[in-house]
Design a protein around this ligand. Sequence first.
Ligand code: NAP
Length: 253
Amino acid sequence: MGRLKGRVAMITGAGRGIGFAAARRFAREGAQVCLTDIDEEGIRRAEESLRGEGLEVFGLRVDVTDRAQVESAVEEIVRRCGRLDILVNNAGVIRDNLLFKMTDEDWQTVMDVHLKGAFYCSRAAQKVMVEQKYGRIINISSTSALGNRGQANYSAAKAGLQGFTKTLAIELGKFGITVNAVAPGFIETEMTRATAERIGISFEQFVEEVKKQIPVGRIGQPEDVAAALLFFASEEASYVNGQVLYVAGGPKA
Ligand code: NAP
């Protein structure tokens, strides 16, 4: 408790899933957390639930693919809280299909949300962080960066985020800003539920199949990812920069 006391965090796609779990974990550790998401209703529910636990959070509707929305959200956070210490680029979508069936739109949507979104948010946040001479940027990659059937768009974006992470780490390190990535494996969220639905099996059947491939013998929970995010977000991780941590119950997908 208290590892993020006095810190201000912005988490994208925090209305549910991994982003929500990270928001809860960070707020429990004493951070003031701004939950952002494209889904206004999701934000409202998340905000209500965390405030109900007595946590210091507030929500803003932000589509990460919209530069103006991202920039004004960062301004609003600084206006309310006086600083911005931690950014988690978590917002994500999938548009899975085999390459020969993948549309231009499937490709572009995934690139825009993951890559352009992380670019806009990081560029806006670093302005504040450079002035403060302190910051933590954490990108959410995926084991799909190593290749995954039906995810040419998503795996390219998630691999791209790893290069983005390492480059920002090199550029921003001298300002007291570290940039790292967490690459989750199979985590129980709406995203993996939607995958089961798309391939036409129940989520339970899907989990049984996936579990066989995971060395620890279980699927991941959003809280497993939040724990890794907390490490990168903490002050004590100041010498860990440009790294990708796989949180997948084993060394690979
Ligand atoms: P999720 O439950 O689907 O949550 C993603 C959130 O991001 C949703 O609330 C979604 O809102 C929001 N979002 C989508 N487009 C956005 C945009 N343009 N601007 C702002 N918010 C937007 O997914 P999750 O599983 O928690 O995934 C979180 C991150 O982890 C993603 O980057 C994902 O790729 C990554 N990841 C997940 C897994 C896994 O197994 N679940 C594994 C590896 C990596 P809408 O519902 O309105 O679209």
